[in-house]
Ligand binder design. Structure first.
Ligand SMILES: C[S@@+](CC[C@H](N)C(=O)[O-])C[C@H]1O[C@@H](n2cnc3c(N)ncnc32)[C@H](O)[C@@H]1O
Length: 300
């Protein structure tokens, strides 16, 4: 049996082989490490640090190297908000190392208006280590907390008019609650699928409360989905997950946001399932097939 180190190296090689030149160049330029072997050692060291905090699958399979955010259809909408809406705030929730925020900032989203948030502050610190930067050279504020905790993010219905007070300053934030109704764009990737159906709905409601009512404000991301909503029993389980993932299908995801979380007709929901999974066993009781749900919810 391969040691943990060998297994990590094998998976890194596998992921590295899927990276295009843009992703590799981004890593070289952000880390300042040109030599491929040294860069891989550096990535492995950061991954080992993250595993000591919590073993997430997205960390195990190095998906943080892939510039995922910039491949999403809603990415241009995010950059446009950064260019055209004064003071537009961008929140990456469950941001882990902050790789997606770094990509958006590199592509022009104003660094002063981006915010990272995650359960584990240690992941954000490891992001500084990964990208060889610091709070001084990459001054995006980070808020540590549990997105399900009312003391960190109070659940509030979607706002229909601009909040009465301006967006709080950095010093006034402390938690996500002061940002209710103030956030123009929220990115949440590989996040919803950590939770079961009822929790996914609760999380969607909490994020909806943060979103600005201005038309064009957007929540978007990608995570595990299925062609029929339910448990992904057809995907072989890994060491990191004792139970099958609970997944929406594109239709149930649309219905959740348009009509349940937001009043019907007040948002446009795009959701597609990119089918396929490396650990797909090919059979399921209900004929459901696994894939990646790529989605956005835009206020009209
Ligand atoms: C699988 S990683 C996804 C990271 C990143 N968004 C990506 O797409 O690569 C899930 C992240 O969600 C964070 N997380 C898990 N539960 C959370 C919670 N209750 N509140 C906030 N963040 C949470 C984890 O710490 C982890 O960084």
């Amino acid at each position: 049996m391969a040691s943990n180190d060998e297994e990590a190296r094998r998976i890194l090689e596998e992921t590295w082989g899927t990276l295009d030149e843009e992703a590799r160049a981004f890593l070289r330029s952000r880390t300042g490490i040109e030599e491929e072997a040294r860069l891989k050692e550096h990535i492995l060291e950061v991954q080992a640090g993250a595993f000591a905090v919590h073993k997430y699958r997205c960390v195990q399979n190095f998906s943080f190297l892939k510039l995922k955010i910039s491949r999403m259809p809603a990415y241009e909408q995010l950059l446009k908000l950064g260019r055209e809406r004064e003071g537009a705030l961008f929140l990456d929730i469950g941001c882990c190392f902050g790789n997606d925020i770094r990509k958006a900032v590199a592509d022009g989203f104003p660094v002063a208006n981006a915010i990272g948030s995650d359960l584990y502050a240690a992941f954000w610190d490891l992001g500084h280590k990964l990208f060889n930067d610091s709070p001084e050279t990459f001054p995006v504020p980070f808020l540590a907390g549990d997105a399900f905790s009312p003391s960190f993010l109070q659940q509030s219905p979607p706002s229909h008019s601009p909040p009465p007070t301006p967006a709080p300053s950095l010093e006034e934030r402390g938690t996500l609650t002061p940002l209710l109704g103030h956030v123009s764009a929220i990115h949440a990737s590989s996040f919803f699928h950590l939770f079961k159906e009822a929790q996914q709905a609760a999380l969607a409601r909490s994020l909806a409360g943060l979103l600005s009512p201005a038309p064009g404000s957007v929540i978007f991301g990608a995570h595990g989905g299925r062609s029929r909503k339910g448990l992904r029993g057809e995907v072989a389980r890994g060491l990191w997950r004792a139970e099958p993932m609970w997944c929406h299908d594109p239709e149930s995801w649309r219905a959740l946001w348009d009509g349940d979380v937001f009043e019907k007709g007040t948002v446009r929901v795009e959701a597609v399932l990119k089918e396929g999974h490396a650990r797909w066993e090919g059979v399921s009781e209900d004929g459901g097939r696994p894939g990646s749900l790529i989605w956005s919810v835009t206020r009209l």
